[in-house]
Design a protein. Structure first.
Length: 103
């Protein structure tokens, strides 16, 4: 199996209201803004990106209790938005915010 694991810190810029799949599984969509300064090829580089994400089940329930602007660390994996799209989405398997954690 090929690795597909992401750990990304940033601030939540948006959290959509909790909804449910047809099977009754809680689902929350969110956007995460990451800003950092990293070293690449010996040169400091400013990094900024905003990533779309989704969370399911208990991770979604925990995420839905957070507010935009909150600093979090998201662990998960990348997948296409849908089978017809090349757009990537971060699927959160754990979200850590301050002294609370879900996942």
């Amino acid at each position: 199996m090929e690795p597909n694991e992401v750990i990304l810190g940033g601030r939540l810029t948006a959290i959509e209201p909790l909804r449910y799949t047809p099977a009754g599984v809680p689902l929350a969509s969110f956007r995460l803004l990451h800003r950092s300064e990293l070293l690449e090829a010996g040169v400091r580089r400013q990094v900024e990106c905003e990533v779309a994400g989704i969370a399911l089940a208990q991770v979604a329930v925990g995420l839905s209790g957070l507010r935009a602007g909150r600093a979090v660390t998201v662990k998960g994996f990348l997948n296409r938005k849908n089978r017809m799209s090349a757009q990537l989405v971060l699927h959160a398997t754990a979200v850590e915010a301050g002294d609370c954690a879900t996942g």
